[in-house]
Ligand binder design. Structure first.
Ligand SMILES: Cc1ncc(Cn2c(C)c(CCOP(=O)(O)OP(=O)(O)O)sc2=O)c(N)n1
Ligand SMILES: [Ca+2]
Length: 528
């Protein structure tokens, strides 16, 4: 009769969860002891990096990722990046080792006290099984909950003396279990929405991360073309749901109430697809909607639908809705939109690169299907003005702005992508929150390219300090960090550049090398 550990590995294998991102402690060893040969363990040196690597891996592959953390201390280290995963709807299966079941109440060393509560509210579901025999079913439960809409991370704490117990014979049924969703709009709902779009004088589409996550960008393009409607990306963009050089593309909406209203002024119908309404950031009160505008939201997440402060919402399969809407609306009712102007010229920096220059070099020299993982918070305006993103899964940003996602997630995404080059665009502040992932990239020979934009300060906070009229506050500058030395210390080749030509040469060398590489780019401070 298999034990709980063997039954669990069989279950994980049946869900293609054979890569374990982890950092072990004594509580985890009895689980890892029996790791089958067809599983691989990807070690991260800090659980924040572990979680973010797993997140990048899951987002890039459009599936789940398995994480194994050390009790409370490991879980605690992972909570920072987990703030992003819960909003990016990443279906991470997080397991954590627990002390021997009979000693938890004594709160002995390494007991994860009240384990199922610890990660809340940053997980969709969590549990510590009531007995060893329920461990396989609990992990199966977690995997299905994580992957049903709205997707999200889950957490299972397992006492380490459970693994060697005999598994219940019923556990074999778990290997065949599948769960799916059929949440599409009804024919009547779809016809009503298509009629509303056709009747609108000036409809506009606002697209969110779920469109990209559902591989529905092409459906969104078809709908925009048939409507002749402009398209914005929803505020606080964590993915790119629409090609940025398409004639309909208008940019990313500002993350402020009045900013959104100003940008959408003149439209009488605002269709928001696959995004919360809205992920505002800076508090700039104003009118939620332009005069005369009606907002309709399409989302797969009932929570997003329920908590929006205005408009109507429909909960359903976003890809299915976009595809059927594109078929249902009447084409040609509005004039074709003009093509976009050329990219604005990238200003040359003084004795250091302007971020716009750096992005222009990437646009001109990186592979057209490169995947960008960005965590450089003061360069958004230049990035969206300069880049040409046209493929699904081309852009990831921490969905809650929790720093420590970018660099590890770029490593994880490259581990998932043996077909596309992943390039991290990481601020010199942000880089420090997940820097240990460089060691994993070196050890596992993951050919990610990490570009560190070094302006010596927390640029976004300098901008925010103006917005909040906070003046000069302490803790704004991060001078004197040598990322070439740091990268070398973790085993990754690195170089420092400060001109367009130097960056282009370093990028070409990194692309040719097929190895992990860091390019430290001395850049000017800009505003988001
Ligand atoms: C874990 C964590 N800590 C602190 C912050 C606060 N924070 C910080 C510290 C930022 C500055 C990031 O600086 P950077 O060098 O990475 O990028 P820019 O210079 O381009 O802004 S932006 C921001 O929201 C955060 N978002 N997440
Ligand atoms: Ca910076």
């Amino acid at each position: 009769m298999p034990d709980v550990r063997q039954a669990t590995y069989d279950l994980l294998r049946s869900h293609d969860l054979t890569t374990i991102f982890g950092n072990p402690g004594s509580n985890e060893l009895p689980f890892l002891a029996g790791m089958p040969a067809d599983f691989r363990y990807v070690l991260g040196l800090h659980e924040g990096a572990v979680l973010a690597m797993a997140d990048g891996y899951a987002l890039a592959r459009g599936g789940s990722a398995l994480v194994n953390l050390h009790a409370a201390a490991g879980t605690g280290n992972a909570l920072g990046p987990l703030t992003n995963s819960v909003y990016s709807h990443s279906p991470l299966i997080i397991t954590a080792g627990q002390q021997v079941r009979s000693t938890i109440g004594q709160e002995v060393m390494l007991a994860n006290v009240d384990a199922a509560t610890l990660p809340k509210p940053l997980v969709k579901w969590s549990c510590e099984p009531a007995c060893a025999q329920d461990v396989p079913r609990s992990i199966s439960h977690a995997i299905h909950i994580a992957n049903l809409p709205a997707k999200g991370p889950v957490y299972v704490s397992v006492p380490y003396d459970d693994w060697g117990q005999e598994a219940p014979p019923e556990a074999r049924h778990l290997l065949e279990r599948t769960t799916g969703t059929a949440g599409s709009l009804s024919a009547a709902q779809l016809a009503d929405l298509a009629g509303t779009l056709d009747a609108a004088e000036s409809p506009v589409l606002v697209l969110g991360p779920e469109v990209d996550a559902q591989y529905a960008n092409d459906d969104a393009v078809r709908l925009a073309d048939r409507l002749g409607a402009p398209v914005w990306i929803a505020p606080s963009a964590s993915r790119c749901p629409f090609p940025t050089r398409h004639r309909s593309f208008r940019g990313v909406l500002p993350a402020a109430v009045q900013g959104v209203t100003n940008a959408l002024a003149g439209h009488d119908l605002i269709l928001v697809v696959g995004a919360p309404v809205f992920r505002y950031h800076q508090f700039v009160p104003g009118e939620y909607l332009p005069a005369g505008a009606r907002l309709i939201q399409l989302t797969g997440d009932p929570g997003e639908a329920a908590r929006a402060p205005m408009g109507q919402a429909l909960v359903g399969d976003v890809k299915d809705a976009l595809s059927r809407l594109a078929d249902a609306v009447t084409a040609g009712r509005r004039p074709e939109l003009p093509s976009l102007p050329e990219h604005p010229p990238a200003p040359s920096g003084g004795d250091r690169l302007h971020p716009a220059e750096l992005f222009a070099v990437l646009r001109e020299n990186a592979p057209a299907d490169a995947v960008y993982v960005k965590e450089s918070t003061a360069t958004a305006a230049d990035f969206w003005a300069q880049m040409d993103l046209s493929r699904q899964g081309s852009y990831f940003f921490p969905a809650s702005g929790g720093l420590g996602f970018g660099l590890p997630a770029a490593v994880g995404a490259q581990l998932a992508h043996d077909d596309r080059q992943v390039i991290g665009l990481i601020g010199d502040g942000s880089a420090n929150y997940g820097i240990t992932a460089l060691w994993t990239a070196a050890q596992y020979e993951i050919p990610v390219i990490i570009v560190i934009l070094k302006n010596g300060t927390y640029g976004a906070l300098r901008w925010f300090s103006k917005v909040l009229d906070a003046g000069e506050t302490p803790g704004m500058d991060v001078p004197g960090i040598d990322f070439v030395q740091i990268a070398g210390g973790y085993g990754v080749a690195a170089t420092s550049v400060r001109t367009r030509e130097e960056f282009a040469d370093a990028l070409a060398a990194a692309l040719r090398s097929g190895k992990p590489a860091v390019i430290e780019a001395e850049t000017e401070l800009t505003e988001p």
